[in-house]
Design a protein around this ligand. Structure first.
Ligand code: PLP
Length: 400
C-alpha cells in the first residue's frame, strides 16, 4: 500500500507471537492444546514487588518519570551491575526503558545507518534482525550450530567482520538455545574484538539468573574490561522476576551512547511507566532468595523435558545450560509422513503438523535463523510438560 513505509513493510511479525496466537485460537475452538511457545515464566510476580507498586500509586508516583529512569531505580541498577557483575557505571551511563526490547530498539535507532552491519549469531532471538533491518541496517547471521554447543566461535566471528560491522549481538543464556557463554569463550571473542576497535557489542543478559549448570554467569564487559567503553550491557526484570507485563528493562554503557538513546526515548515514549519503575526498585533491592528456588524448579523441568524428548524417534536434544528453552534438532524426521498424512520436509512442517495432530505448540527453528530445530519453552507446569512431551513422542514415533 502507498500508506505503509518501506521500514514497516520490511518488518516481519514475530513467529513466537504468531504461534502463541494460533494456539490460543485453536483452544478457543475447543481443541485440547498445550502451548510451549511462550517466552515467559509461569511464576507470579513476587508479593513484595506488587506491594511496592501499590505503595507507589498511593504515594502519588503517577506522573511523568524522568526520561532515563527515576533516580532510585538508576541507583538500584548501578548497584546491581556493581554487585552481580563487577561493573561500575556512573549515573549517566545507565538508563531504564520499557522492557529490554526498548533498550535494543533505542540502541539500534541511535547507531544504525543505511548499510551498517550487525553480526547476529543464530539461533537468535527473533527481534534482533528485525530491529536492525527496520533501522536500515543489514543483519549478518552467523550460524552457531549444535556441534559448537550453539556458541559463536572466535573464528566464525572474525570471518563475519567487515568494514561496515557496527555491532555484534551476544545473548547468554541464549533464547532459543539455552546456551551459556563461559568466561573462556567470551575471552576468545574479546580477543577478536580487540583487533577491531570500531565494533560495539550488545550483551543481552536478560536470562542471567536462569543458569542450571556449573558455568557461572559472565558478561563481556566484566570479562574484558578493556572493551567496556564499547559494550552495551542490557538486562531487565522480565524473566528473573516474572515481570514480563510490567515492561522494565535497563542497560549500562558509554555515556555518549546512553545520551543518544535517551534523546530517542524522550521523543518517542518518554520515561518508562512510573509505577513499574518503583516495582522494579523493589525487585532489584528486595529479597533474592526465591531466585534460587525458581532456578531449582526450572532445572527439574529442563531435565524432565530433555529426558523425555530423547525418547522420541528422530529428535536430538542437547542439555541447555540456561534460560527456559530446549532447542531439539528434528532433521531426523525429514522425509517422513505423519499419521495424518502430512509429509515433513522442514522444521516448519514439523511444528505445524505437531500442532494440528497432537495439539502441542512449539516454535519452528527457521524463525530463529537456525533451521532443522524447534523451540520448546519449559516455563510450564510439570504436568503440562509431561503431557506435551508424551504427545511429541507419540507424534515422532508414529512417523513412517
Ligand atoms: N532479549 C531476549 C533474548 C528475550 O528473550 C526477551 C524477551 O523475550 C527480551 C530480550 C526482551 O524482554 P523484555 O522486553 O520483556 O524486557
Amino acid at each position: 500500500s502507498e500508506l505503509l513505509s518501506a521500514a514497516a513493510t520490511r518488518l516481519k511479525p514475530s513467529a513466537t507471537n504468531t504461534t502463541s496466537q494460533k494456539a490460543r485460537d485453536l483452544k478457543a475452538q475447543g481443541r485440547d492444546i498445550v502451548a510451549l511457545s511462550a517466552g515467559e515464566p509461569d511464576f507470579p510476580t513476587p508479593e513484595n514487588v506488587i506491594a511496592a507498586a501499590i505503595e507507589a500509586m498511593k504515594a502519588g508516583h503517577t506522573k511523568y518519570a524522568p526520561v532515563a529512569g527515576i533516580p532510585e531505580l538508576k541507583q538500584a541498577v548501578r548497584d546491581k551491575f556493581s554487585n552481580d557483575n563487577g561493573l561500575d557505571y556512573a549515573d549517566d551511563e545507565v538508563m531504564v526503558s520499557t522492557g529490554g526490547k526498548q533498550v535494543i530498539a533505542n540502541a539500534m535507532m541511535a547507531t544504525i545507518d543505511e548499510g551498517d552491519e550487525v553480526i547476529i549469531p543464530a539461533p537468535y532471538w527473533v527481534s534482533y534482525p528485525e530491529l536492525v533491518a527496520f533501522c536500515g541496517g543489514t543483519p549478518v547471521v552467523v550460524q552457531a550450530e549444535a556441534t559448537t554447543g550453539f556458541l559463536l566461535t572466535a573464528e566464525d566471528l572474525e570471518a563475519a567482520i567487515t568494514p561496515r560491522t557496527k555491532w555484534v549481538i551476544l545473548n547468554s543464556p541464549c533464547n532459543p538455545s539455552g546456551a551459556v557463554y563461559s568466561r573462556d569463550v567470551l575471552e576468545r571473542i574479546a580477543g577478536v574484538l580487540e583487533r577491531h576497535p570500531r565494533i560495539h557489542v550488545l550483551s543481552d543478559d536478560i536470562y542471567e539468573h536462569l543458569i542450571y549448570s556449573d558455568t557461572a554467569f559472565s558478561t563481556l564487559a566484566e570479562v574484558a574490561p578493556q572493551l567496556k567503553s564499547r559494550v552495551l550491557t542490557m538486562n531487565g526484570v522480565s524473566k528473573a522476576y516474572a515481570m514480563t507485563g510490567w515492561r522494565i528493562g535497563y542497560c549500562g554503557g558509554p555515556a555518549h551512547l546512553i545520551k543518544a538513546m535517551s534523546k530517542i526515548q524522550g521523543q518517542t515514549t518518554s520515561g518508562a511507566n512510573s509505577i513499574a519503575q518503583w516495582a522494579a526498585v523493589a525487585a532489584l533491592t528486595g529479597p533474592q532468595d526465591f531466585l534460587a528456588e525458581r532456578r531449582a524448579s526450572f532445572r527439574e523441568r529442563r531435565d524432565l523435558v530433555v529426558g523425555m524428548l530423547r525418547e522420541a524417534d528422530g529428535l536430538e536434544c542437547l542439555v541447555p545450560d540456561g534460560a527456559f528453552y530446549v532447542y531439539p534438532g528434528c532433521t531426523g524426521t525429514f522425509g517422513k509422513t505423519t499419521k495424518g498424512g502430512r509429509k515433513i520436509e522442514s522444521d516448519q512442517d514439523f511444528s505445524e503438523a505437531l500442532l494440528e495432530e497432537q495439539g502441542v505448540a512449539v516454535v519452528y527453528g527457521a524463525a530463529f535463523g537456525l533451521p532443522g530445530h524447534f523451540r520448546v519453552s519449559y516455563a510450564s507446569s510439570e504436568a503440562q510438560l509431561r503431557d506435551a512431551c508424551m504427545r511429541i513422542t507419540t507424534f515422532c514415533n508414529g512417523l513412517s
